[in-house]
Design a binder for this molecule. Structure first.
Ligand code: WTA
Length: 642
């Protein structure tokens, strides 16, 4: 593992401004000291910031790898995001929503509370949803998505949000794996001016087979143009069904360890895994980390650009900011619609003060040029965040200087669907920033860089591990305890993240990216096996191997090395059909950037594909040792064709 040398030599250290430090929520070491002195006591103090129906008896019960946090405690997540604010923030704006077409809707905390209660009552009384039932949400970024998430939480139904860019097959798999009883969708969503026909995709998924699914609730977002039909007895119009429901709904008291949600993410096998998060620990970390990392204050306008279909949207668009009583901006569409000014225009009009986005977006903004930004007054910004993939120091500096006007601290936050919340990030007023480095573990989090044999790396590179249980850790893989154990707990005694990282003499972590067969394309996790198994479903494909190649904007892009059956033509049309096939089967985010046809793949004599060699070809690196290959000459051919 390399990287540390570059970090040390190119190291540039940047401090937050004095004004920022003077006003910060946390400006001294007290949180770090509290956590180091008594870690469990520290977490108990964070949990006390929530409203509990019943106090816990024990902070942590740790039977590796199974953790129970705040054992015996009871609370409700929606109460903590809504009801707790009704006394002091009833008329405060909770959500400012902007549609891609430009319309704006705002919801006060009281409005949001009413809407959530109405839907919660509807789910209970008209659809007989009980605590523990699963509900799939397949929706565009509209307020009803946030409302649906909170309505599930209110009645103890477990939500499984499926990103609206996934295909019918991907949706069907997730509905069936979670055995969802009900699905909430919309007639469609807008994306770059086009309509994404969500309800039609739902119909296709159901046609494949969703035996557990009894009802579908459809938000009319597009209207007539969507040509949506509702199947009598199965499909219901959202606003019609909630109309008569009461706007007050007693929250279900949930055990701290009751599941709050399932969120599917890609792994190293073809089948996505349903990551399970529970209530008390998750919400404790979500609330605390939002306040500490983003320095969230009462009058901030906070914008996280992630879709609620990903974990970032769950924790840092819905639960974390709302638990803190924040004003959250939610935007439906893409940054380049109707033109590349859109984000800066939104920031200017809504006076956004905290902005949290992904490196892939930052690199795209950089490429689009500063002109778009200079046309707008974005001086309301006071803090910037990044998440999802490593950020190169060049993009970091551009973000800091051009977007942040060298005035806003940048928090580079490392975490995962599995960790539930931020694990590595500087606290903006306390730790100096080093571009490209996520910084220190948050107070309360213990991490290490380990050698493959499990020994510690004090300075240098290795594999990232979280070494003590934390409240928002995943509690399992839905329906698959074996996979939970083997993926995260077999390699080391402590949690194995699947990322390579370096640690420098200041204890700063720089996360280099996945070391397993998972790609990170524009911040989205995609398993190489998922794409491979889809490619071989295509009638003409005999065999396929998938690896990542560097991409200037997306970080990584997908390359498929494909062996065609003899009767199929290896031409450009077949390439285009293959790419389309993958996009249709999994979702557009998995569309390969490049297909290379080949008569053979580099294999060991026992027939195992040597992906290392394919990776080196795709990354333009030295190929390394090929003596163990069955036919080493294939390497030259692949290099020529790449
Ligand atoms: C990567 C997203 C470097 C990492 C919250 C991780 C990062 C995966 C960073 C999780 C970062 C996320 N620096 N890499 N700041 N943040 N990653 O589950 O490879 O969608 O394992 O969660 O994204 O992706 P996930």
């Amino acid at each position: 593992m390399t990287g540390i040398d570059t970090l040390l030599h190119e190291e540039r250290v940047i401090q937050a401004t004095e004004t920022f430090k003077d006003n910060a929520n946390y400006s001294d070491e007290s949180l770090y000291i509290e956590a180091k002195t008594d870690r469990l006591g520290f977490w108990a103090n964070r949990a006390k910031d929530l409203q509990w129906v019943k106090n816990w008896d024990q902070v942590l019960d740790w039977q590796r790898p199974n953790a129970k946090w705040f054992v015996g405690g009871q609370l409700n997540a929606s109460t903590n995001c809504l009801d707790v604010h009704l006394e002091t923030r009833k008329n405060k704006t909770a959500i400012i929503w902007e549609g891609e077409l430009g319309e704006v809707k705002t919801y006060t905390y009281e409005d949001l509370h009413h809407q959530v209660c109405k839907l919660a009552n509807t789910l209970k009384t008209q659809f007989n949803i009980q605590k523990g039932d699963r509900i799939t949400l397949y929706m565009p970024m509209i307020p009803e998505l946030a409302i649906s998430v909170l309505a599930c939480a209110r009645i103890g139904a477990i939500h499984s949000v499926v990103f609206g860019g996934f295909s019918a097959d991907s949706l069907q798999n997730r509905i069936q794996d979670s055995e969802s009883k009900l699905l909430i969708t919309a007639d469609g969503g807008y994306r770059r001016g086009k309509i994404v026909p969500l309800k039609q995709i739902v119909d296709e998924a159901i046609a494949v087979g969703c035996p557990t699914l009894k009802s579908v609730i459809v938000v009319s977002h597009i209207g007539e143009e969507s040509n949506t039909t509702l199947l009598k007895g199965r499909d219901f119009d959202y606003h019609t069904v909630i109309k008569e429901s009461s706007d007050s709904c007693a929250p279900e008291p949930m055990d701290s360890e009751d599941p709050l949600f399932i969120l599917y993410t890609s792994g190293t096998t073809g089948k996505p895994k349903g990551i399970v998060h529970t209530t008390g620990g998750y919400l404790t970390h979500a609330k605390y980390s939002t306040k500490a990392v983003f320095d969230l204050k009462e009058d901030d306008i906070y914008w996280c650009t992630a879709d609620i279909g990903w974990i970032t949207g769950h924790t840092y668009l819905v639960y974390g900011p709302l638990a803190n009583g924040a004003t959250v901006l939610m935007y439906e569409g893409t940054p380049d619609y109707p033109d590349k000014n859109r984000f800066w225009d939104i920031i200017e009009r809504h006076k956004v003060s905290i902005f949290y986005t992904a490196p892939t977006a930052i690199r795209a903004f950089m490429k689009w040029g500063d002109d778009h930004i200079n046309q707008h007054d974005i001086s309301s910004l006071r803090l910037l965040g990044t998440v999802g993939e490593p950020i190169n120091p060049e993009a970091w500096m551009w973000y800091y200087e051009v977007i942040g006007g060298s005035r806003c601290p940048v928090v580079d936050t490392w975490w995962q669907t599995e960790t539930g919340g931020i694990m590595l990030s500087n606290l903006p007023a306390i730790n100096p920033m080093k571009p490209g480095s996520a910084g220190l573990p948050l107070p309360g989090i213990e991490a290490k860089v380990l050698n493959p044999d499990g020994s510690d790396v004090t300075v240098g590179g290795g594999l990232l591990s979280i070494t003590e249980p934390w409240p928002s850790m995943l509690r399992g893989v839905w329906g698959d305890p074996g996979r939970f154990n083997s993926t995260y707990w077999k390699k080391f005694d402590t949690y194995y993240a699947g990322d390579g990282a370096t640690i420098d003499p200041d204890g700063y972590y720089m996360v280099l990216g996945r070391v397993d067969d998972v790609l990170n394309v524009a911040g989205h996790r995609i398993g190489t096996m998922e794409v491979e198994s889809t490619l071989v479903e295509f009638p003409g494909v005999a065999e396929a191997a998938v690896v990542g190649m560097p991409d200037e904007i997306k970080g990584q892009a997908i390359v498929g090395f494909v062996i065609l059956k003899e009767s199929f033509e290896p031409n450009d049309q077949t390439k285009a059909e293959l790419c389309e096939f993958v996009a249709k089967k999994i979702g557009a985010i998995a569309r390969p950037k490049k297909i290379v046809f080949t008569p053979d793949l580099p294999k060991t004599r026992s027939g195992k594909i040597m992906r290392r060699i394919l990776k080196n070809i795709a990354e333009g690196k030295e190929i390394g040792d090929t003596t163990t290959l069955a036919s080493p000459e294939i390497v030259t051919l692949l290099q020529e064709r790449f």
